[in-house]
Design a protein around this ligand. Structure first.
Ligand SMILES: NC(=O)c1ccc[n+]([C@@H]2O[C@H](COP(=O)([O-])OP(=O)(O)OC[C@H]3O[C@@H](n4cnc5c(N)ncnc54)[C@H](O)[C@@H]3O)[C@@H](O)[C@H]2O)c1
Length: 398
């Protein structure tokens, strides 16, 4: 195992800060069996953002180009947390320079780029992984365990939605999220998470149908300054067209069972509502990101007059929590930021060469990132074909 690992994060925006913080906490989670983690650089073309994040999260420096990070001898591990259409160039450059890369979802904004990135990762001497953070959410991981162990058993029906409201105001400023081809809007942004969670729980999607992509706010004002994440900054009176979907929906056929999935960025009142109910042969489970420290569980047992959904408050008996929180007592609560810590920890464990059986579940591969995008591309095709069923071509990942 290497004596130390130097870390950098490219992108000091909304999610970049979560990665920067996560590498800080990763070695404080679980046993102290990681090498020393050196927090080296935050890279951002906006020097103000880069410098503020480096200072806040205790990184040695900030850089204003990804090339400087690729060339730096003191950096081994890099998170790529910038606009989707920039992922390919940066990830390929970093892999070519021998860096281990954790790329944000979706892998890219086009299938061509995503496949090229997977090819680059296959040929690289270093690791390429993708950050589907919600697989680290204890409640979601526990529901998966309940399905796989047979407690819930075979999935019959998944009903999920990821509703956000960041685009709900027509005054929300134009940003990279509103630009790109069909399906690169809410479907790519939050649908990538929901489609991944659906397969994580229910297994492979065989086909999708009923694809629907809608743009309901057709233009947005240009911001007067740099915009971070979903911030609502001051805007000018110049408007540009919105190029992609505000709302998307589709049905999915799993190997067993069916699903209906819906996503939105104009859902007033739902800042970050990833929620689903999964109905199985022995019962059902319910998750809602607004209450991440609990799940709802219904099991077909006991007298029907007394049966019903029960609230299960998550604690040390559930995935990730024992040792994964500084105070890992029942009901202490946790949220989405903790999942970034588990993700960073898993990536560092793999880079450091810890055996899989002694590590957190590995991060998803670039092949899984391609697979995820193939589902989203099929939804887009279904929408363009008036909702027709479209088969998912690729063999499943394990
Ligand atoms: N896993 C999650 O929960 C989650 C949440 C939000 C975003 N994301 C993903 O993270 C990525 C970034 O999203 P965000 O919301 O943080 O974006 P953002 O707009 O808030 O931040 C992007 C940052 O990249 C910087 N930047 C732009 N071009 C650059 C370049 N060439 N080199 C270096 N820096 C550059 C910008 O100045 C900005 O600070 C996207 O892929 C998005 O899908 C994931």
């Amino acid at each position: 195992m290497s004596k130390s690992l130097g870390v950098a994060v490219i992108g000091a925006g909304m999610a970049g800060k979560a990665h920067a913080a996560a590498y800080r906490t990763a070695s404080t989670l679980y046993s102290p069996d990681l090498p020393e983690i050196r927090l080296v650089s935050i890279g951002d073309v906006n020097a103000e953002f880069g410098s503020a994040a480096a200072k806040r999260f205790g990184y040695d420096r900030h850089d204003s180009s990804w090339q400087a990070i690729a060339e730096a001898d003191d950096i081994d591990v890099v998170s790529v947390v910038i606009a989707n259409k920039l992922h390919r160039e940066v990830v390929e450059g970093l892999l070519a320079a021998g860096k281990h890369v954790l790329c944000e979802k979706p892998l890219s904004d086009t299938m061509e780029d995503a496949r090229a990135m997977a090819e680059a990762a296959r040929n690289a001497s270093s690791l390429g992984r993708i950050g589907f953070t919600f697989r680290r959410t204890p409640g979601i991981a526990y529901i998966r365990d309940l399905i796989r162990s047979g407690t819930l058993g075979k999935v019959l029906h998944f009903s999920g939605r990821y509703w956000t409201d960041y685009g709900c105001s027509p005054e929300a400023p134009m940003s990279w999220r509103y630009k790109g081809g069909a399906g690169s809007g809410a479907l790519a942004d939050v649908g990538s998470h929901l489609a991944y969670v659906a397969e994580f729980l229910c297994g492979d999607i065989q086909s999708v149908s009923g694809g629907q992509l809608s743009t309901v706010i057709p233009q947005r004002p240009l911001p007067l300054g740099a915009v971070m994440g979903h911030d609502h900054s001051a805007v000018s009176d110049i408007f540009e067209p919105v190029e992609n979907d505000d709302v998307a929906a589709f049905s999915a056929e799993f190997t067993t069972g069916v699903g209906s999935l819906a996503v939105s960025r104009v859902a007033a009142g739902h800042a970050n509502t990833l929620t689903f109910e999964v109905f199985c042969e022995n019962g059902a489970a319910l998750f809602d990101q607004r209450r991440p420290a609990e799940i709802g569980l219904f099991l077909n047992e006991g007298a029907s007059a007394q049966n019903g959904y029960r609230q299960v408050v998550l604690g040390p008996e559930h995935p990730y929590i024992a040792g994964g929180l500084a105070m890992d007592a029942p009901s202490v609560g946790f949220g989405q930021n903790d999942a970034f810590g588990y993700q960073a920890r898993a990536f560092l464990e793999e880079v450091a060469g810890l055996p899989a059986e002694k590590s957190l579940p590995r991060c998803a591969t670039f092949e899984e990132g391609v697979r995820n995008m193939e589902i989203l591309a099929a939804v887009t095709e279904s929408a363009q074909l008036g909702g027709r069923s479209v088969a998912i071509p690729q063999p499943a990942f394990a």
